[in-house]
Design a protein around this ligand. Structure first.
Ligand code: SF4
Length: 413
């Protein structure tokens, strides 16, 4: 058994014990069910062209040929480690491609709010050690299976901390309700969270609201909630952009972010945007430090071209503005590529199964299982080390992309 960080959600839990032998890696307690399932990754897999097995070198050549012929490929998916993201950006630069993560739709709900006026956010450690009021807005954290265990039910390192929990939105799943007992639940549709936050801001500013209720919440309850928020010594508003899946959800996030800023005038408040699954925080960090923009960026002759509204995966494929798709999914075999009218190249986990086989499939090693690497946690403050537990002959994403680039250089000469 060795200590390990887990790459399979944005918490990147650093307390796992992983056993490895000839049959593969196994995550033991305290791993969640998702980690146990995804650590059991096969170490072998066959490269395929249109579903037919081929030698890995032939698959690399075919991928290089498709990319060399493309005018503007989409380098998508991007579910891998930091080294894979760096290699993906290098390939995008060489091919004039666009980079976008498979979770881009959710990520950009946050970035649109963030780039408009900034935000005040905190870290998982601060939540665990200092937050005395946590408000879950439109999420029960189910996509982050150990969030409650890691952040809410642990003792603070700094002495006694009485924590209160408020839930806004559609409530807790049975699993979440089993893990925590909220002090207050205010049911309302997620799509109306922005409205409620706007009303709270207005009341906080001393304005009168001529209404009996806001977003279905009676005015007396809105005012009582505001008093609870103001009484916190360190409040944290938690949301998950992936669960705020309605038109203009970035505006609801903007309202939450602005409420946090306003509450800071008299007490301490922070936001905590849950995310980081499938390496999406790492992808955004790497792209930002290399190109100055957080994904949805095309690498053109004139330099990086950032288009947060135009360069989403679904739109680019639907409008056929890209003529090849390179899809990277080294973490979760269920994240298969979307359908596309253009050729598709997939660098995926060896246990990925396709209903509609791509033109090229290259099986890759899983970071944190087959090879070491780094991955950013959801709060973006640390890149945690991933360990390699079981050796494999499969290339990492970075190695596979380097091999494709090498083949492209041969084609060019
Ligand atoms: S909660 Fe997330 S990071 Fe932690 S063990 Fe489960 S999948 Fe891994």
């Amino acid at each position: 058994m060795s200590d390990s960080c887990c790459p399979f959600c944005g918490l990147v839990c650093d307390d796992l014990r992983v056993a490895a032998d000839a049959s593969g890696a196994r995550a033991g307690s305290p791993a969640c069910a998702r980690a146990i399932k995804l650590f059991a990754a096969p170490a072998r897999g066959a490269a395929r062209l249109a579903g037919q097995p081929v030698e890995p070198a032939a698959a690399c050549r075919a991928a290089a040929d498709l990319l060399a012929r493309a005018q503007r490929p989409l380098i998508g998916g991007l579910a891998c480690d930091v080294a894979g993201h760096r290699a993906a950006l290098a390939l995008a630069e060489q091919t004039g491609g666009v980079v976008e993560h498979m979770n881009g739709a959710a990520q950009f709900r946050n970035w649109l709010a963030f780039q408009d006026g900034g935000w005040m956010t905190t870290t998982l450690s601060e939540v665990r050690n200092r937050a005395d009021l946590i408000v879950l807005a439109g999420t029960d954290t189910r996509r982050f299976p150990r969030f409650f265990e890691r952040c809410l039910t642990q003792e603070s390192q700094f002495g006694e901390l009485r924590r209160r929990l408020v839930v806004l939105g559609s409530g807790l799943s049975p699993e979440a309700a089993h893990a925590v007992s909220p002090d207050l639940v205010i049911p309302l549709p997620n799509a109306r969270l922005g409205e409620l936050c706007g009303a709270l801001r207005a009341r906080l500013a001393g304005r009168r609201l001529d209404a009996d209720s806001v977003a279905g919440v009676p005015m007396e309850q809105v005012d009582a909630l505001l008093e609870t928020l103001r009484a916190a010594r360190y409040g944290v508003l938690v949301w998950n952009a992936a669960e705020l899946d309605f038109p203009h959800a970035d505006l609801a996030i903007q309202a939450m972010v602005d409420l946090v800023k306003d509450l800071n005038q008299t007490t301490r408040w922070s936001g905590l945007p849950l995310g980081g699954n499938d390496g999406d925080t790492s992808a955004a960090q790497v792209c930002t430090w290399q190109a100055g923009y957080p994904l949805r960026t095309a690498f053109e002759a004139s330099g990086p071209h950032y288009q947060p509204l135009l360069f989403g995966t679904a739109r680019l494929l639907e409008t056929r503005e890209v003529d090849a798709l390179l899809w990277i999914a080294a973490l979760d075999p269920e994240r298969v590529p979307p359908a596309a009218a253009c050729p598709r190249i997939v660098l995926g986990r060896p246990d990925m199964v396709f209903a509609d086989p791509p033109d090229v499939f290259i099986p890759v090693a899983v970071p944190g299982v087959h090879h070491a690497g780094f991955m950013h946690r959801m709060d973006g403050v640390v890149a945690l080390p991933l360990q390699g537990h079981t050796p494999t002959e499969l290339p990492s994403v970075a190695q596979a992309l380097a091999a494709i680039q090498q083949e492209m250089n041969h084609v060019a000469t």
